[in-house]
Ligand binder design. Structure first.
Ligand code: A3P
Length: 296
């Protein structure tokens, strides 16, 4: 399945045709969730892969064998991607670990009444757009970026692949109470990986000994993951991900947006952010400081 230049439009959102078909997207909406399922939900570039690694390690009590021998898309397939059904059929692992980038307004109905454990991972959107921009440069299944200001406008308009970041975060977080959902931020993972692992182990009812927690921390660190070919996407051929243009495990930092945003872009971003998020009390860490020091 190459289809590198194909775009699938689904419910007004564009998805890369290399990974999605109308059938696979449709099937995702009809998913019969099991109460034991673990579902990682995120907008792209928010720390999805990091959480896949954390959950794999937690459910294996810190033993890195699975995370070092099975690619992340096999152990935590994206529900809406074309290979998901076959991957789930071939696997006998319980509980099932699934991943999705779909917004709540599309996937919510399938989750109604479900006790599936959901981990929603978010990241401050300035770093999301910068990470997404760099990822577009190397991922040949994503469209040309254009200039950074053009890309930023498309992010703020919600017209990039996978749709609007604003709709995604508002949709999932506003429904958290009706779902068995734990919201974890990239910044929290970055500042307190140990605490994040304990929260995940508690949600999944996988109590861990201190040395098992330490092993999870060690194997989900940026450097460990950068060197683990089962999670760093180096198994993907160069025609699909062009490693001469970057790497998936790029910087892994909070506040990298400051290296690319101009003053004007930042002001524009903040005005759009304020108007779209005015009814939501979410707070993000925009740089490596305390939450209460943040400007928005
Ligand atoms: P950067 O491009 O800013 O480096 P996703 O998995 O949702 O696509 O997110 C990818 C982003 O998460 C990339 O951000 C990547 O470097 C970062 N990331 C992945 N694993 C990480 C880790 N262990 N520590 C810090 N950042 C990590």
């Amino acid at each position: 399945m190459a289809r590198l230049d194909v775009t699938e439009m689904f419910h007004g959102i564009s998805f890369p045709g290399h990974l999605h078909t109308q059938d696979s997207l449709q099937l995702a909406l009809k998913c019969q969730f099991q109460d034991t399922d673990i579902l990682i939900v995120s907008y792209p570039k928010s720390g999805t892969t990091w959480m896949q690694e954390i959950v794999t390690l937690v459910t294996n009590r810190g033993d890195p064998h699975v995370s070092q021998t099975v690619p992340n898309w096999t152990r935590a397939p994206w529900l809406e991607q074309y290979y998901c059904t076959a991957t789930l059929k071939a696997s006998s692992t319980t509980p099932r670990l699934l991943t999705t980038h779909l917004p709540h307004h599309l996937l919510g109905p399938a989750l109604q009444g479900s006790k599936a454990r959901i981990i929603y991972v978010s990241r401050n959107p300035k770093d999301v757009v910068v990470s997404f921009y760099h990822f577009h440069k190397m991922a040949n299944f994503l469209p040309e970026t254009g200039s950074f200001p053009e890309f930023l406008n498309r992010f703020l308009d919600g017209t990039l692949h996978y749709g609007s970041w604003f709709d995604h975060i508002k949709g999932w977080t506003s429904q958290a109470a009706a779902l068995n959902l734990l919201h974890i931020t990239y910044e929290e993972m970055s500042m307190d990986l140990n605490g994040t692992i304990k929260k995940v182990s508690s949600l999944l009812q996988c109590p861990l000994l201190e040395d098992e927690v330490s092993s999870c921390v060690k194997h989900s660190s940026f450097n460990s993951m950068k060197n683990n070919k089962m999670i760093n996407y180096s198994l993907i051929p160069d025609e699909i991900m062009d490693y001469s243009k970057g790497s998936f495990m790029r910087k892994g930092q909070i506040g990298d947006w400051k290296n690319i945003f101009s003053k004007e872009q930042n002001e524009y971003f903040e005005s759009v952010y304020r108007s779209k998020m005015q009814d939501y009390s979410l707070e993000f860490m925009w740089e490596r400081q305390k939450f209460e020091d943040q400007p928005i």
